[in-house]
Ligand binder design. Structure first.
Ligand code: PHE
Ligand code: ZN
Length: 879
């Protein structure tokens, strides 16, 4: 049974449990449909709790097989067990006692992938957020920290490895071809960090010596035959361990660190203590099957999960409202890690793109919620871009406000004070306030107010007086449940760039600016610079110091000046991107009205100049060449959107740039890094530039020949998939494109992760008939609806990555998604709910599409037996 639809959980209702758990000893007898779980829990009534208070444990689809108090069966009159709760009465008032709970569960038929399930024959668990209650009755909440000991018994033939959290304490053989293993984790932890794996897997091993000289065994388990694809993940793990020691002084705390890669997983990966479980997409890579982007994701996610050991596990969350305490902070940590491993500006540009593409629309639509929500119906629906990415931006702003040194002091204090705690955002902020002596109360609004603030900027140059005045004004629109907003503390990094490209070093009047940052805390503030020799150009929100939108009338010439001279690479890209966005928004509107487009010559010039500027790193040049996506343009337009005219306008610009830079693109498209494939950031950057240039060169050619030749010559997946994307995006109807798709399909038929790309690339082909292709692919023999990666590639690729195809005016795209969501919901509600979020911006479409979208949403709302996950999303979207 699931939580009742409509039940709302509230932050303000938090209260601790009546009983304190000290230890839990679990015994699993693994069996596909009859796994027996015996859980012995030592408890004690909390001081001050009434003697007649009942013990209430959580469950989810459970059935109770046995229940004892201190080893003796409990009288059935003294307890009540339903599938989702176990209530025990008349328990000892003051002495510690032990409860033994026995349940029998069926991993084989668990299609939700929450709790204990099977994936390709491997037993595996997923407990965050509330999966433990699908295994046994317990206080399944993050503030109940216990020491776990776990014994696993299973048939040897199907479970070569038996794994759980912590250190292995014993293992041995049993009768009837069975074996067993016992694991002990000395670190108290909440149930969501529990993990168990049993399976016949391949293993790669390594080790890491910590800064204090302890040796840690590192093990990565993958499906047999894929061991040689786990090397990069292992390397990333060692670099992560080292980085956390060097940057934060944080050392690993067990003798062993294990990662298991599984092929059916709802999310990216999971930070279970000492036993991370990963979606295999974020572990497995070799040049033939993984792209440079895959390698970068593996590096980031391996780091992310490892960093959770301190930010999440050693210090966990008091309740699920505090999810950003571990996620926002850990994303921030993995971002800075990747920036250190790769090119910092290029990494930052990718982050900004991602934030704007995923978090901004969330914040602007019906699913908007604060970084720390105050209510929820289904916590699974709050693993969002807002909690993760905006949560990370908020931590980044703390660092900007405090400076590196005080930020580190605050982090040190946080680890020192809260190690072993289930903490809150207030606890976290208090550490930075104390370490720096700053008042962060206004800043704390970033955690409680939803929506993207907007800052309008105006400047005033006084030629005679040599003064330059910057006026900033903030606003924040209403979001669901928050009609009125308080003024925020917005830190805006800036620079004043003089005509010769140098930067003006003087400080503005007043004390609201320091170290190149304006602190906007009131509705409207002005900053006056004096003694400015010549009219400067303002570069504002440099490096995206605050996750806000900026409204400023800045001339194309000023933007070009920033793009050319800003000392900050990210700001240079921001200026380029701003210029491109403006043009594309304008062109889209003209296209819609059937008018001619103005020349994009200026834009083409600056893009081509950037592309061919050898003084810049290739990865940066590739980023510059990537025009704002159709969804970016739609977001900027904001309402009454017609995806077709955006597509047409963007294509027109692509053509103009392609024609203008044809020679440069032809030259760059042919360049490749020397030597054998290396996933290094440097080589990846060269391939990214060549790939971006190939796309333009192919458009300039007007035919698929060049891309087809690149496809045929490719000796790694990055180049191969780049070429295939050029073919499918620019020449969808060409015979060559069909041939390339067939060749790809044949070549990778035995490789699920590579085949996922084949599905996704087709799902994203633009046009009015793609939904038919998607329907055909849904029927193809290897389209497995129970595999989340496959579902996300095809259905997610189509609905979230194909603006013209999904939003076809007939509504066929929406109906397709609605049908699939209803169907998938029967087996995997989390996956279904997440797919549905692709429609979160439906209200910003033009009227006809809006109506089609609404009808599709209503059809979902009216479907029988919807999960709480999907009904929560659909209700919020229709409200
Ligand atoms: N906590 C995981 C992470 O961010 C994500 C996750 C959430 C995985 C819920 C599974 C279930 O690292
Ligand atoms: Zn995380």
């Amino acid at each position: 049974m699931r939580t009742e639809t409509g039940q709302v959980f509230k932050l303000k209702d938090y209260r601790p449990t009546d009983f304190v758990v000290e230890r839990i000893d679990l015994t699993f007898e693994l069996d596909p449909t009859q796994t027996r779980v015996v859980s012995r829990i030592s408890l004690q009534r909390r001081d001050g709790v009434a003697a007649d208070a009942e013990l209430v444990f959580d469950g989810d689809e459970l059935s109770l097989e046995g229940l004892q108090l201190d080893g003796r069966d409990i009288d059935p009159a003294l307890y009540t067990a339903t599938p989702d709760t176990l209530t025990i009465r008349e328990l000892p008032a003051s002495v510690p006692f032990e409860i033994t709970v026995t349940t029998v569960i069926s991993p084989q038929t668990n299609t939700q992938l929450m709790g204990l399930y099977r994936t390709n024959g491997v037993y595996c668990t997923q407990c965050e957020a509330q999966g433990f209650r699908r295994i046994t009755y317990f206080y399944d909440r993050p503030d109940v920290l216990a020491v776990y000991s776990v014994t696993i018994i299973a048939r040897k033939s199907e479970t070569r490895y038996l794994l759980s959290n912590g250190n292995l304490v014993s293992s041995g053989s049993l009768d009837e071809g069975r074996h067993c293993a016992t694991w002990f984790d000395p670190h108290p932890k909440p149930s969501y960090l529990f993990a168990l794996v049993g399976g016949d897997l391949g293993l790669i091993e390594d080790s890491f010596t910590t800064m204090s000289g302890r040796e840690v065994a590192l093990k990565i388990y993958v499906e047999h035959g894929k061991e040689n694809r786990a090397g990069y993940a292992m390397d990333a793990l060692k670099r992560s361990m080292k980085w956390d020691e060097e940057v934060y002084g944080l050392e690993y705390d067990l003798d062993i660190f294990q990662i298991v890669a599984v092929s059916d997983f709802n999310m990216g990966a999971m930070e279970n203590k000492g036993l991370n479980v990963f979606n295999d997409k974020y572990v497995l890579a070799d040049p033939e099957t993984a792209t440079d982007a895959d390698y970068a994701n593996i590096e980031a996610i391996i780091a992310h999960e490892y960093f959770h050991n301190w930010t999440g596990n050693r210090i966990t969350c008091r309740d699920w409202f505090q999810l950003c305490l571990k996620e926002g902070l850990t994303v921030y940590r993995d971002h800075t890690f990747s920036a250190d491993q790769r090119s910092a500006p290029v990494k930052r540009i990718a982050e900004i793109r991602l934030l704007k593409a995923h978090q901004f629309p969330e914040d602007a639509g019906p699913l908007a919620h604060p970084v720390r929500p105050e209510t929820y119906r289904e916590i699974n629906n709050f693993y969002t871009a807002t909690v993760y990415e905006k949560g990370s931006e908020v931590v980044r702003m703390i660092r900007t406000i405090l400076g590196a040194e005080d930020f580190r002091k605050g982090m040190d204090l946080y680890f020192e004070r809260h190690d072993g705690d289930a903490a809150t955002i207030e606890d976290f902020l208090a550490c930075f306030a104390e370490a720096s002596g700053r008042d962060l109360r206004q800043f704390a609004l970033w955690y409680s107010q939803a929506g993207t603030p907007s800052v309008s900027v105006s400047t005033d140059w006084n030629e005679a007086g040599h003064t330059f005045k910057v006026t900033l004004e903030q606003s924040l629109a209403a979001t669901p449940g928050q009609p009125r907003k308080a003024l925020m503390h917005i830190p805006l990094a800036y620079g004043l760039i003089l005509p010769d490209g140098s930067e003006f070093a003087g400080q503005p009047s007043g004390n609201d600016a320091e170290n190149g940052v304006f602190h906007l805390t009131r509705r409207k503030q002005s900053f006056t610079f004096t003694g400015v020799p010549e009219r400067p150009v303002l570069s504002i929100n440099r490096g995206f110091s605050a996750p806000v939108t900026i409204a400023m009338e800045q001339s194309a010439a000023d933007l070009a000046h920033i793009a050319r001279h800003d000392s900050d690479g990210v700001a240079r890209w921001q200026a380029l991107n701003e210029q491109a966005t403006r043009y594309l928004v304008e062109a889209s509107k003209l296209c819609r009205d059937g008018r001619n487009l103005p020349s994009a010559q200026k834009l083409a010039e600056i893009l081509v100049a950037t592309a061919s500027d050898e003084s810049l790193e290739p990865a940066f040049r590739a980023q510059a060449l990537a025009l704002p996506a159709e969804s970016d343009i739609a977001r900027e337009i904001g309402s009454n959107i017609d995806p077709d005219s955006i597509h047409a306008a963007r294509n027109a610009v692509l053509s103009e740039v392609a024609r203008f830079g044809a020679d440069v693109f032809a030259r760059l498209a042919g360049a490749a890094p020397e030597g054998a494939y290396s996933p290094s950031a440097e080589d990846a950057g060269k391939r990214a530039l060549a790939g971006a240039a190939l796309a333009y060169a192919a458009i300039a050619d007007g035919g698929p020949g060049r891309a087809m030749a690149a496809f045929d010559a490719a000796d790694n997946m990055t180049v191969l998939s780049q070429a295939l994307q050029v073919l499918t995006q620019s020449f969808p109807a060409a015979a060559e494109t069909a041939d390339a798709l067939t060749a790809f399909r044949t070549r990778f038929s035995g490789d699920p992760l590579a085949l996922d790309k084949w599905y996704a690339i087709q799902a994203m082909m633009p046009g009015k008939t793609t939904w038919r292709r998607v329907e055909e692919l849904l029927d193809s023999p290897d389209f497995d609806r129970s595999n989340p990666n496959r579902v996300r590639s095809l259905i997610g690729g189509f609905s979230a990555g194909n603006p013209t195809g999904f939003n076809v005016a007939s509504g066929d795209g929406y109906r397709l998604l609605a049908r699939e969501v209803i169907d998938i919901d029967k087996r995997n509600p989390q996956l279904a709910a997440r797919l549905l979020t692709a429609m979160r911006s439906w209200r910003s479409l033009e009227a006809g599409r809006q109506e089609q979208a609404r009808l599709a949403l209503v059809s979902i709302r009216e479907a029988a037996n919807l999960s709480p996950d999907v009904s929560d999303i659909v209700d919020r979207m229709l409200d």
